[in-house]
Design a protein around this ligand. Structure first.
Ligand SMILES: [Zn+2]
Length: 143
């Protein structure tokens, strides 16, 4: 089954969702608010492994920081990708300042860095702000 585990953007509770039913706007089992799968969802040191490992669809992670100008340029492109591909791709964002354990584990040296995961493994990565076609090319490498 096409499922993924994501953290609720409001209360951080992990929720297992059926991605074939994203059109029904899945809600958090804990707080009842919408899980907002149509935009990049925050991921942290605490839940990174669980979220990446549980996803039955490819996952694109945006390693960013609040002070990073190029990251802000990329944000609307990633919003668009999350919206158009919801159900087929999970788009996540990781604040590298607040989540240094995961950033170090993946050897993030420059931001933004986009890493594509498939079946829990890194498939490809791209560092620096790039136009949408280059992100699409990165996504095409998903298995
Ligand atoms: Zn919630």
């Amino acid at each position: 089954m096409k499922t993924a585990t994501v953290a609720c953007p409001f209360c951080s509770t992990l929720n297992r969702v059926d991605l074939t039913r994203v059109a029904d706007r899945p809600k958090c089992g804990q707080c009842g608010r919408p899980l907002l799968l149509d935009r990049p969802l925050a991921v942290s040191d605490d839940n990174f492994e669980k979220v990446i490992g549980d996803s039955k669809v490819p996952v694109l992670v945006d390693f960013y920081a609040d002070w990073c100008g190029p990251c802000k340029i990329m944000a609307p492109i990633l919003d668009e990708i999350a919206q158009t591909r919801q159900g087929d791709l999970l788009v996540l964002k990781l604040d590298t300042d607040r989540n240094q354990r995961t950033s170090q584990r993946f050897g993030i040296r420059g931001i933004p860095t986009l890493i594509l995961f498939s079946k829990g493994e890194e498939v490809s990565r791209q560092t620096g702000a790039v136009p949408k076609p280059e992100i699409e090319a990165l996504l095409a490498r998903a298995r």
